[in-house]
Design a protein around this ligand. Sequence first.
Ligand code: APR
Ligand code: PHB
Length: 384
Amino acid sequence: MRTQVAIIGAGPAGLLLAHLLRRAGVESVVLETRSQEYVAARIRAGILEQSSVDLLTAAGLGDRLHAEGHPHRGIHLQWPGERHHLDFVDLTGRSVWVYGQTEVQKDLVDANTATVVYEVSDVALHDLTGSPHVTYTSADGTPGRVDAAAIAGCDGSFGPSRASVPGQTWERTYPYSWLGILADVAPSTDELIYAWHPDGFALHSMRSPTVSRLYLQVPNGTDAGSWSDQRVWDELATRLGHGQDGWKLTPGPITEKSVLPMRSFVQTPMRHGRLFLAGDAAHIVPPTGAKGLNLAIADVALLAPALTALLRHNDPTLADRYSDTASRRVWRCTHFSWWMTTMLHIGEDPFDAQLQLSQLRWVTSSEAGAAGLAENYAGLPIGF
Ligand code: APR
Ligand code: PHB
């Protein structure tokens, strides 16, 4: 078949790109290895920056987000004996929203604007500087081919698109992981708590008034099954400061438990010929700054108008700038995610721990320090 843009991957990057292109009058076909149910059920990030909310709203995807999402003014940062609230609205005029990636994905599927072929295999990209096309095998075993004027690689960190772009990669692995749980219990906090603790970092997040999402720093290679529910709640209570100034952590039934590795990865350029990378296909951030989903949305917010100008008006200006413009934001978020991660996680060296505490005291007591964190967390404007 022939279309204007072949999109590889039906995660938030791929589906949002298809949606924005359709609204701009550009046709696309999305190829996805997994089933629609699998993609819809994946538990991922949960925080949207103001600019992501603005973009989704302008794209006609904001109804449920505004009805069911929760705007937060900021976050709590804490270490033993102290908890401080950083108010992003006061500091930067911008807020963040609690609205799960699962919900964003559902809104995109419900919008029904993308033509998606699910459960394909053997996806391969061809002739990226000539007549671009993608070959695949469909679920029933028949071979398929999509010819397109451009290809968008939105296939996450394990897809084939990344390897088709010659360029440079940068990588940092971290000596710890997160054990994440989802629990059917009301959050014990109004806004997220990021906790530094000698036993390791902990984060109290949430998905709704009845569902909490919490994380514990654990050593790499940890088996989630080796942590009983009781042990998880005990450790969360210790690290999040149960009892401190009367604050209580309420435990509840755990519905999901998994271990997430932490990695920073950047590949540039984000373009080769007629192939453009967006989202996790081009970059991975550790989750501490809540940037992964927002970066994918920001990439696509730049890529959709660039492809529209290229394919509808034969104007390559934005497409030629795409990689440089997107990479600037990618590096800002890569730095911020690394900075939040290294400020909050416990390593081997007691010298580092003192530096972390000093940094935390500065960020929570100096308006300049707080504003820097707030500006990055609440998000810089797309294309800054
Ligand atoms: N062919 C087609 N699709 C593929 C292939 C392939 N060979 N390989 C992977 N995919 C699909 C995956 O199954 C997945 O559905 O590409 C999709 C990529 O989606 P995501 O991993 O969600 O990546 P992205 O859309 O860039 O969104 C980034 O996801 O990992 C989180 O923190 C990250 O929140 C951020 C968001
Ligand atoms: C989440 O709710 O999953 C979440 C929130 C904030 C983070 C990371 C993950 O920094």
